[in-house]
Design a protein around this ligand. Structure first.
Ligand SMILES: [Zn+2]
Length: 257
C-alpha cells in the first residue's frame, strides 16, 4: 500500500544544489504548497526522467510525494511548461530573472499556500521573456512583492502627521519606519532618503496598474534612480542583508555605462 500519494503541482525552480553522487535538491515556488523543497533522485544521472527541467527559473509541472508537510518531498517527475529561451539567451534578462527568483525565495513562506506570490513571479518572468525588459519592471515587481508579503511601504502620507502627500512639500523615506516623513515632521538624518513627489506618485501608480501595461510606464532618470535606491534600502532593511543578485545587477549596470 502506498502511504504517500503522488501530488501534482505547477512549480518554478528557485534554487538547486547537487547532493551526493547523483541527486539534486531543489526549492520550488508553487501556488498551493508555497515554498516546496524536494529531492530529485538520480537527477544528474538519468537525463530522461528530468530532461533539462531542473534549472533555475524553469516553469514546470511536477509530481511529488512526501510523508508530511515538514519532510523533504520526493520529486517523482517534472515536465517543462516554459524554459524561457529569450531570458536564457540574454545576460541582462537572466540577471533580472535571477533577482526576481532570489527575492521570491526570501519572501515566500515555507509550506504556506501563497498563490499570489507564485502568480506574480510567473507573470513577471513572462513579461521579461516576451517584451522589452526595462529596469522599471524590477521596481514594479518589488512593490507588488512587498505588498503581497505584508511589507507595503507607506508612501501616500506622512507617517507622523498622517497628512496625504502634497505638491510643494519635501519628503524623505525612512527604511526603518517603513515609509515617508514630511520635512516638517522629521529633521534630516543620514538614514533618510530624500524622494521627489514624482517618484512617489510613480511608485504608487505602479502598484495598481495591470501587469501588461507596466512596460509602457515611462520613468524619468531621477525617478528610476530614486526608486531603485528607496526600494533597495527598504528591502535590505527587511531582510537584514543585501542579496547577491542585486550586487551582480549593479556591477553589470556600472560596466554598461
Ligand atoms: Zn508630517
Amino acid at each position: 500500500m502506498n502511504a504517500r500519494p503522488t501530488q501534482r503541482t505547477e512549480a518554478i525552480v528557485l534554487r538547486l544544489f547537487d547532493y551526493g553522487e547523483s541527486d539534486r535538491i531543489v526549492t520550488f515556488s508553487t501556488p498551493e504548497f508555497g515554498k516546496l523543497r524536494g529531492i530529485a533522485k538520480g537527477a544528474r544521472r538519468s537525463k530522461k526522467r528530468f530532461a533539462n527541467a531542473l534549472e533555475p527559473f524553469c516553469r514546470l509541472e511536477i509530481l511529488f510525494s512526501r510523508r508530511n508537510p515538514d519532510s523533504l518531498a520526493l520529486i517523482e517527475g517534472a515536465e517543462v511548461v516554459s524554459h524561457y529561451p529569450r531570458i536564457r539567451a540574454d545576460l541582462e534578462r537572466t540577471l533580472m530573472a535571477s533577482y526576481l527568483i532570489d527575492l521570491t525565495d526570501q519572501f515566500l513562506p515555507e509550506d504556506k499556500q501563497n498563490a499570489a506570490l507564485f502568480t506574480l513571479l510567473e507573470s513577471f518572468l513572462g513579461l521579461i521573456e516576451a517584451g522589452p525588459a526595462p529596469e522599471s519592471l524590477l521596481r514594479f515587481f518589488e512593490m507588488r512583492l512587498l505588498k503581497l508579503a505584508g511589507y507595503d511601504p507607506v508612501l501616500d502620507r506622512c507617517l507622523a502627521c498622517r497628512e496625504p502627500i502634497e505638491n510643494g512639500n519635501a519628503y524623505r523615506f525612512h527604511a526603518a519606519d517603513g515609509g515617508l516623513h514630511c520635512a516638517a515632521c522629521r529633521p534630516e538624518t543620514p538614514e533618510a532618503l530624500p524622494v521627489s513627489l514624482g517618484t512617489i506618485r510613480t511608485l504608487l501608480m505602479s502598484r495598481e496598474l495591470e501587469a501588461d501595461r507596466l512596460g509602457r510606464l515611462v520613468w524619468s532618470g531621477q525617478s528610476a534612480d530614486e526608486s531603485r535606491r528607496l526600494l533597495a534600502r527598504f528591502i535590505r532593511h527587511i531582510l537584514g542583508k543585501e542579496l547577491k543578485s542585486v550586487q551582480v545587477l549593479n556591477e553589470i549596470r556600472r560596466l554598461a555605462k
